[in-house]
Design a binder for this molecule. Structure first.
Ligand SMILES: Nc1ccn([C@@H]2O[C@H](COP(=O)(O)O)[C@@H](O)[C@H]2O)c(=O)n1
Ligand SMILES: C[C@@]1(CO)OP(=O)(O)OP(=O)(O)OC[C@H]1O
Length: 157
């Protein structure tokens, strides 16, 4: 068994939705990114790569490459699973926390867990998603962006 941690932040910009945990959520602003801006899945993929000492998503999917423009969180999960398998590991379990004053996350958690589990090829029971505001403190509290933390456990194939 090995364990990894991931953290990511994306800033709000123009838009009418955000992608979080592979789920499209209507919102008055969007998240600025080279990909679909799914900050939760980015943190989770960094945790998975960290668990096997394979660096981070910036190394695997450089934002200087057109190949990864608009990359969806779900596809990123599939690609990271394949990368893990290539070094003899599979995802076993993950936990995550979104730090967002808005939008409201709780109603979307079941769909996020199902989508993440599908992308990783694990049972829904192996995936947890949580959210917290910062009680309006700091940049997330001022709704300047959304941050996410994740931890992941991987097991040998
Ligand atoms: N964007 C968010 C933030 C939080 N929640 C849920 O609200 C509850 C209370 O959050 P605190 O800020 O007091 O930690 C908690 O159960 C969160 O799941 C949310 O749905 N969306
Ligand atoms: C995902 C990638 C690639 O599309 O772009 P962004 O969406 O900007 O995300 P970030 O968390 O800054 O890092 C990884 C990037 O290379």
């Amino acid at each position: 068994m090995r364990v990894g941690h991931g953290y990511d932040v994306h800033r709000f910009g123009d838009g009418d939705h955000v992608w979080l945990g592979g789920v499209r959520i209507a919102h008055a602003r969007g998240l600025i990114a080279h990909s679909d801006g799914d900050v939760l899945i980015h943190a989770l993929c960094d945790a998975l790569l960290g668990a096997v000492a394979l660096g981070d998503i910036g190394g695997l999917f450089p934002d200087t490459s057109d190949e990864w423009a608009g990359l969806s969180g779900h596809r990123m999960l599939q690609l990271v699973r394949t990368r893990l398998e290539s070094v003899g590991y599979v995802p076993a379990q993950c936990d995550s926390t979104l730090i967002a004053q808005a939008p409201r996350i709780a109603p979307h958690v079941p769909a996020m867990r199902a989508r993440i589990a599908d992308g990783l090829g694990v049972e829904v029971g192996a995936v947890n998603v949580k959210a917290t505001t910062t009680e309006r403190l700091g940049p997330m509290g001022r709704e300047e962006g959304i941050a996410a933390h994740a931890v992941a456990v991987v097991m040998p194939l």
